[in-house]
Design a protein around this ligand. Structure first.
Ligand SMILES: [Zn+2]
Length: 262
């Protein structure tokens, strides 16, 4: 792809503003003239940005993982096979994988940067022969230098991706005007719009379904947008919790009998 092209759709980009990243690098941001994707210049600061994989400023980590576990359980129950094998890609400390196993889903963990603290023994990886019912990709796509290539690899191992990333608000905030630019840790190098998610899904040969805010499905299924919005909403999550409760894997993982805990 040519320089100064959109990392998602390849169209021309124009300057979008500048900001100071990691308190010292003056970074130019660009926006795509076609899909609205907002991207940094070539990110030369990433080694420093990842010196600690999960930013020290991230105090919302636990709360977000609890929320993501509820959303993922609901989407799985509504649309895919809950008894199959799953992968959390870019799984961080492994908290989400552990929470999903506690909820009875056979989740596994992969992360290039972070140390697996909570899901040890459940490491797995996307390979030429691996197969997963769904791969969750939470808070990751905005970190990727080449989202299309990275998600292409995942699509070879699954039909269903569940992605979380905040969409750029309609007001089109400039760098520094919206917290999700995350200038203090410098890891967010590409911010999506709905249109850029569409372009991404198209390049992957998959379909997009989104709640229009933060939770997005890219996969082979043609999911009804209203059903998806309901599935990720509070009432939809509650319904899935009540109707599709699974036996926890907690005791089984610990070497005990899972039946004891119900
Ligand atoms: Zn674009």
């Amino acid at each position: 792809m040519k320089k100064n092209a959109c990392r998602i759709c390849g169209a021309d980009v124009t300057p979008y503003g500048k900001a100071t990243v990691l308190r010292k690098y003056e970074v130019q941001y660009f926006e795509c003239s076609a899909c609205g994707f907002v991207q940094t210049e070539e990110p030369y600061w990433l080694a420093e940005a990842y010196s600690e994989a999960i930013a020290r400023t991230d105090i919302g980590l636990v709360n977000r993982n609890l929320f993501n576990a509820r959303v993922a359980s609901s989407v799985i129950n509504w649309f895919v096979d809950g008894g199959a094998r799953f992968l959390d890609y870019g799984g961080g400390y492994g908290l989400f994988t552990r929470l999903m196993r506690d909820r009875g889903y056979d989740f596994h963990w992969q992360d290039k940067y972070a140390r697996n603290l909570f899901a040890q023994g459940f490491e797995d990886a996307v390979t030429d022969t691996s197969r997963f019912e769904m791969i969750t990709v939470f808070e990751l796509v905005e970190h990727l230098a080449d989202p299309v290539a990275e998600l292409q690899k995942l699509c070879a191992s699954t039909d269903h991706l569940l992605i979380s990333t905040l969409l750029v608000p309609e007001s089109r905030p400039k760098p520094g005007e919206w917290w999700y630019f995350a200038l203090e840790h410098g890891q967010h190098i590409g911010l999506f719009t709905r249109q850029s998610l569409h372009a991404l899904a198209e390049r992957l040969g998959r379909k997009l379904c989104s709640n229009g805010k933060s939770i997005h499905y890219i996969g082979t299924r043609n999911i009804c947008p209203a059903s998806f919005r309901l599935a990720v909403s509070g009432p939809g999550r509650w319904l899935a919790d009540v109707a599709c409760r699974r036996s926890t894997l907690l005791l089984k993982d610990a070497g005990g009998d899972a039946a004891d805990i119900r």
